[in-house]
Design a binder for this molecule. Structure first.
Ligand code: FES
Length: 331
């Protein structure tokens, strides 16, 4: 490989003119303040982005002449983020044009790999330039740039909010409580023990007060499987046995592993199966897990009869329904 240097022709550029800030301390300080203000404007844009994420209702729409109906939060997010990135860019350009070292560089075309000497020179130059960029001397720029970049870096954290609200104790509170009738799903008809033959299984929901709308979320939490076997087939302690009625037992339908609907009942073995990961629950032993990844039995709903002979809950669930990770205190 030849070390011969091929030079470009002189393009005839005008002679390099030095900037005012190179020799005028007042101009340099003014430029520093301008850069700092631009960084601060970027920080304001980021704060506006975060604030609009938290404060503006994500379902709120406003009408704008050209855009028409526009989601207010998305508009504010876009505007704030655009402003913060725009001002960081402008600040960097202004900083480079007014305060960073101003030297004319003549680039010459070399063979692809620089000589070791040139490479060492390059490293030294980069180190010198980093110092000469003024970060050490210009603490105002350093501080405002730190604020602007730090806020930009933090802003993605607010996106965690999009993961949705934590379940809190929502899963401990279903619509089941003492005296609430079991009703068919679908149909909303109250159930008497005679409606269920031995070996039958049915999905039921709690009867809601007149005028209350049933939501999908409630159906998901409240769904219960009602199963009838012969009473002598139960292998339960006295308390759990008292929660059954004449061979009828009820369990939450939400799998205690990861929340799928436990949908399969094997009449011969009296096993409930979850189709997602094959957790298997023994109905005769209060839905004890006999196979699969579920860590705890399906919560059992205590049953009794009301004065008209309809099946009702004796009380609400005594433990949270659903996966154990939804409720850290559950076993
Ligand atoms: S969700 Fe039921 S076994 Fe995994």
């Amino acid at each position: 490989m030849s070390n011969e240097v091929t030079r470009f022709q002189d393009p005839g550029l005008p002679e390099h003119a030095h900037r005012k800030s190179d020799h005028d301390a007042i101009a340099a300080n003014r430029a520093e303040r301008q850069v700092a203000i631009l960084f601060l404007l970027s920080a304001v844009g980021t704060i506006g982005t975060i604030a609009s994420y938290i404060l503006i209702d994500s379902k709120k729409f406003i009408y704008l002449p050209i855009l028409g109906d526009t989601n207010a939060q998305q508009l504010a997010l876009g505007t704030g983020l655009a402003a913060s990135l725009f001002f960081i860019g402008i600040a960097a350009v202004h900083w480079a044009k007014t305060l960073m070292p101003d030297q004319e560089v003549i680039a010459e075309r070399h063979e692809f790999r620089s000589s070791d000497e040139d490479r060492a020179d390059f490293v030294t130059t980069v180190k010198e330039r980093a110092g000469a960029a003024g970060l050490g001397r210009r603490s105002l720029i350093k501080r405002t740039m730190g604020v602007a970049l730090g806020l930009i870096g933090l802003s993605p954290l607010v996106l965690l909010r999009d993961l949705g609200p934590l379940p809190k104790n929502d899963l401990s509170t279903t619509d089941w409580s003492a005296g609430v009738r079991l009703v068919t799903d679908p149909g909303d008809r109250p159930i008497k023990p005679s409606d269920l033959e031995v070996g039958a299984v049915a999905q039921v929901l709690p009867a809601l007060p007149q005028g209350t709308e049933r939501t999908l979320e409630n159906i998901g939490k409240d769904a219960v499987l009602l199963i009838r076997i012969r009473p002598e087939e139960f292998n339960l302690d006295a308390e759990r046995l008292s929660w059954t009625h004449d061979g009828i037992i009820a369990f939450s339908k939400i799998c205690s592993h990861m929340g799928c609907a436990v949908a399969l009942y094997e009449q011969q073995t009296k096993h409930l199966l979850c189709p997602c990961h094959q957790s298997t629950f023994d109905v005769t032993r209060a839905a004890k897990v006999i196979f699969g990844p579920a860590a705890r039995p399906l919560p059992q709903l205590a049953l009794t009869l009301d004065s008209e002979g309809y099946l009702v809950a004796k009380q609400g669930f005594t433990e949270p329904i659903g996966p154990s990770f939804w409720e850290r205190n559950s076993a």
